[in-house]
Design a protein around this ligand. Structure first.
Ligand code: FAD
Length: 270
């Protein structure tokens, strides 16, 4: 049985620049990381592989340089890493992204039964949290979002029980496999690869599937298949207040400046 972890390569958010004309990300010179929630999706897939002998697959849609992200998954021990990359997939919104990911999962299911698909709760760049549910809907899988614990997995009965982290409460849910699970940070503590694991990963091949493989209607993927587009990106106007110091560059100095300011205005008086 397969456990698939969907991982997205995202820009390191502190460094993001937006092209003011096209409203798209300026990719040149930006370091990329695995979306933090997806490291938990990956870890749980590997934990289920270790515990139940499931075959683990890491899946990502993105430009060719996404191979680097998938190599990180290889270093951690996934059995297979697959990149979905084609010019036709570019410029995808969540609708078109989940369409391509679901098609790849269907293709994997032709050879081996898919039990669980893990996604992160959301990404740190798009932040929509729509892709996991979008995949589940397309595949007709049960969706278990915001999961912070796998209570048990019964491979004979093909059932799973999870705990969902909701606002101020938890919910225990049981469902038949196959399921799509979206992971929150509390689900696990991601492992780190050792140097030998990293070196082995460098020799591991990442499989690349383009649209010749997936054979999707090009009208339903990428920019053409996207139902939404970004018309404007902006920071809200700040109508009052004053920025004091450089909190990121000099947090200690900034704290002193803030304290002085508050003392001078008698804001700390009891
Ligand atoms: C009009 C438009 C154009 C866009 N163009 C681009 C573009 O050219 N390049 C680009 O990178 N982004 C682009 N995006 C954003 C990109 O399509 C979204 O990041 C993507 O649809 C996922 O949405 P999200 O980041 O909000 O994911 P969320 O729904 O927040 O992600 C939830 C989870 O889904 C999984 N997931 C999401 N995306 C992927 C992926 N690509 N591969 C594997 N797993 C994934 C991860 O597990 C993730 O944690 C565009 C968005 C719009 C609206």
């Amino acid at each position: 049985m397969l456990v698939i972890s969907c991982i997205k390569q995202v820009p390191d958010t502190t460094q993001v620049k937006i092209d003011p004309v096209t409203n798209t990300l300026v990719r040149e010179g930006i370091p990329f990381i695995v979306n933090p929630y997806d490291t938990h999706a990956l870890e749980e897939g590997l934990a289920l592989k270790d515990r139940y002998g499931l075959r683990s697959v890491a899946l990502s849609m993105g430009p060719p340089n996404t191979v680097a992200t998938l190599k990180k998954a290889c270093a951690l021990g996934v059995d297979e890493a697959i990149l979905l990359s084609d010019r036709a997939f570019g410029g995808a919104d969540t609708l078109a992204t989940s369409q391509v990911l679901a098609a790849a999962i269907e293709r994997l299911a032709e050879k081996d039964e898919v039990g669980i698909v893990f996604c992160g709760k959301q990404t740190i760049d798009g932040d929509t949290a729509q892709v996991g549910p979008g995949i589940a809907t397309r595949l007709g899988f049960t969706q278990l979002t915001l999961v912070d614990r796998i209570e048990w997995l019964d491979l004979n009965k093909k059932r799973i029980r999870v705990r969902r982290k909701l606002e101020g409460r938890h919910e225990i849910v049981e469902a038949p496999l196959p399921v799509v699970i979206t992971a929150v940070r509390e689900l696990n503590r991601p492992r780190y690869p050792t140097v030998p694991m990293r070196l082995t990963a460098e020799l591991t091949e990442v499989t690349v599937w383009d649209n010749q493989v997936l054979k999707l209607d090009v009208e339903t993927v990428g920019l053409k298949g996207s139902a939404t587009w970004v018309s404007k990106i902006f920071s809200p106007e700040r109508d009052q207040g004053e920025i004091i110091g450089d909190g990121i560059g000099d947090p200690v100095g900034t704290a002193h400046l803030l304290l002085e300011k508050m003392l001078s205005k008698d804001l700390l008086a009891i």
